[in-house]
Design a protein. Structure first.
Length: 266
């Protein structure tokens, strides 16, 4: 198939590591897709955040929990820095879409769109597990009504901060947030745009894989960002998304399975 079926919504996660490197032709392709489908974009911010403050590139800026999952050590200052870089990124992305004929608006997840549960409190420091306050949390609900005016020709750009159970603003994983949004709005397709062309297993590119095999690789062989993407893919598929595609190509090429890795339920 050429792209998402039936003119339904398509959710695209824009990786913070690659967003600045996307060519003009990539944006042209996205705009063409957006003329036929409601677009919901969820963005990361890793590279701009590291450029804002060099300390965010240091190993100590990343925590690892007792299950092996990684997370940015997030304090109130980090939240404000995320907002600073996200505002500039949003201005750029919205401008690119509007110049190509789409209407577009930004939504801050913590303005009522995204709710998060309690985050992990035990993290490794050196060889010891210690209890730390880390303002992160998994998405527990999406207020899909905030996206009810979506239509072909209109795009939403979501900054994936959320409010936790105590009403505090927290950082969330953008891939998993995109999966939660896709499920909440009934999107058939979720596209995770990153800086790698395919999922690699034993050094070989994988063009298609089912959810069970992807989960097995996630738990035994995947590391870092790809592990998070496979976790997000599994969550999206479990909640009703039909396909998750990972890759670095134009979105229409990824949806057509001309490149990238397609992950399906079976």
């Amino acid at each position: 198939m050429a792209d998402a079926a039936g003119g339904g919504p398509v959710v695209v996660k824009l990786g913070g590591s690659c967003l600045e490197d996307l060519a003009e032709q990539w944006w042209d392709d996205l705009a063409r897709l957006g003329q036929r489908h409601m677009l919901v974009l969820v963005h990361g911010w890793s590279k701009p955040l590291k450029r804002l403050r060099p300390r965010y590139s240091e190993p100590s800026a990343i925590l690892r929990d007792r299950y092996g999952n990684q997370s940015r050590w997030t304090t109130p200052e980090v939240i404000e820095d995320i907002k600073t870089v996200s505002a500039a990124m949003a201005e750029d992305v919205l401008g690119r879409l509007r110049s190509r004929g789409l209407t577009a608006q930004r939504l801050l997840g913590s303005d009522g769109l995204l709710r998060a549960g309690a985050g992990e409190r035990w993290w490794w420091q050196g060889k010891q597990l210690v209890e730390l306050e880390n303002l992160v949390g998994p998405i527990t609900s999406v207020s899909a009504g905030a996206l009810e005016n979506g239509r072909p020709g209109h795009a939403y750009l979501i900054t994936p901060l959320a409010l936790n159970e105590a009403g505090r603003e927290v950082n969330t994983d953008a891939d998993r947030a995109a999966a939660a949004v896709a499920a909440a709005i009934g999107a058939r397709d979720l596209v995770l745009v990153t800086d790698v062309a395919h999922l690699l297993i034993d050094g070989r590119p994988v063009s298609r894989i089912d959810a069970g095999a992807a989960a097995a690789f996630r738990d035994k062989g995947a590391t870092g960002g790809m592990r998070k993407k496979l976790r997000a893919a599994g969550e999206g598929l479990e909640r009703g998304v039909e396909r998750v595609v990972i890759g670095s190509a134009p979105v229409c090429d990824l949806l057509a399975a001309r490149t990238g890795t397609v992950i399906t339920r079976s």
